[in-house]
Ligand binder design. Structure first.
Ligand SMILES: C[S@@+](CC[C@H](N)C(=O)[O-])C[C@H]1O[C@@H](n2cnc3c(N)ncnc32)[C@H](O)[C@@H]1O
Length: 250
C-alpha cells in the first residue's frame, strides 16, 4: 500500500494523468461538475478534503469560503494545494498527515468533508469524519467501481488491487457508510476510457501511472506489452471507469 500511496507524491504527473484520462473519457462531463450541481453551496463555509492531493477537487470550486483544510500524507502537494485554495478561502491550510488520525478541530466544525478517490486508503477515518462534520453538514465521497478491474482481469489477477478498492468501493460504499451516516444519496457517473490504435503512447503512459497500483499483482511492463498487443489486435481498447458519488449526513 505504501508504494501505491507514494505514486501520488508527484503532483505534476498526477495532473498530467488527469488530463490524459479526460482526453480519453467517453463521458465528456467533468465528474466535479456533477458533484457541484448536487451540493447546496450557499450553505458551505468550511471544507475539509481528506487525501486532497494537489487540490483536484478545489480546482473546480467557485465562490468564497471561510476555511479550507486539506490533509494528505505527501508534503509535496502542499504548495499546489495552497495556490489553488488560497484565492478561494479566507484561511486555507494544508496538513501533512497519515490518515486515519485525529483531526485537530472542534467537533461539528465542517459543513463539507470530501474524500475523492482516497477513502479506500483510510476507511478507518469514518468515526473521525463523523466527529468533525456539522449535524447539517455533508460527507462527500467519490470512488471507483470494482468493475474497473474486469477488462484487466481477463489477462491478469489483480487480487491485491481488488483488496485495496474493496476497502471502499462503489459496490460496498453504502453498507460501509451506513454504520456512521444516514441519508445516503448515490449518484452514478458512467464512463469508459478509450484508446485507439494511434494512441499507443497514451496507453503506455496510463499503464505507467498505474505501475504502483498493480506492482504487487503483476509487472507493469508485462501489462503494457499485453495491452499494446491487444490494442493492435482489436484496434480499440475500452476500460470501465464508472465512478460513484456518495453524499451522506450524520
Ligand atoms: C488517488 S489520489 C486522490 C487525490 C485527490 N483527492 C484527487 O482526487 O485528485 C489519493 C490521495 O490520497 C493520499 N493518501 C493516500 N493514503 C493516505 C493516508 N493514509 N493519509 C493521508 N493521505 C493519503 C495520497 O497521497 C493521494 O494524494
Amino acid at each position: 500500500m505504501k508504494n501505491i500511496i507514494k505514486s501520488y507524491a508527484d503532483f505534476d504527473i498526477h495532473r498530467k494523468i488527469g488530463a490524459l484520462i479526460k482526453k480519453h473519457s467517453e463521458n465528456s462531463q467533468d465528474i466535479r461538475d456533477v458533484v457541484n450541481s448536487a451540493i447546496n453551496w450557499p450553505h458551505i463555509h468550511t471544507i475539509l478534503d481528506l487525501g486532497c492531493g494537489y487540490g483536484w477537487f478545489e480546482e473546480r470550486l467557485e465562490g468564497k469560503f471561510d476555511y479550507i483544510m486539506g490533509i494528505d500524507c505527501h508534503p509535496s502537494n502542499e504548495q499546489a494545494f495552497l495556490s489553488i485554495t488560497m484565492p478561494l478561502a479566507r484561511t486555507s491550510v494544508f496538513v501533512t498527515r497519515y490518515l486515519p488520525s485525529p483531526i485537530d478541530v472542534p467537533a461539528d466544525f465542517f459543513d463539507l468533508v470530501a474524500s475523492a478517490y482516497s477513502l479506500y486508503f483510510f476507511p478507518e477515518v469514518l468515526p473521525v469524519v463523523k466527529r468533525v462534520l456539522k449535524p447539517e453538514g455533508i460527507f462527500l465521497v467519490i470512488t471507483h467501481s470494482e468493475a474497473m478491474l474486469e477488462e484487466g482481469e481477463m489477462f491478469f489477477q489483480f487480487d491485491n488491487l481488488r483488496k485495496v478498492i474493496q476497502n471502499f468501493s462503489a459496490e460496498n460504499g453504502v453498507e460501509i457508510l451506513s454504520t456512521y451516516f444516514t441519508d445516503i444519496t448515490i449518484i452514478d457517473y458512467y464512463n469508459n476510457i478509450i484508446f485507439n490504435k494511434e494512441e499507443k503512447e497514451d496507453l503506455e503512459q496510463y499503464i505507467d501511472f498505474k505501475k504502483e497500483f498493480i506492482a504487487k499483482d503483476v509487472d507493469h511492463e508485462v501489462v503494457k506489452t499485453t495491452m499494446l498487443c491487444e490494442l493492435d489486435r482489436r484496434g480499440i481498447l475500452r476500460f470501465n471507469k464508472n465512478d460513484r458519488i456518495f453524499l451522506a449526513s450524520k
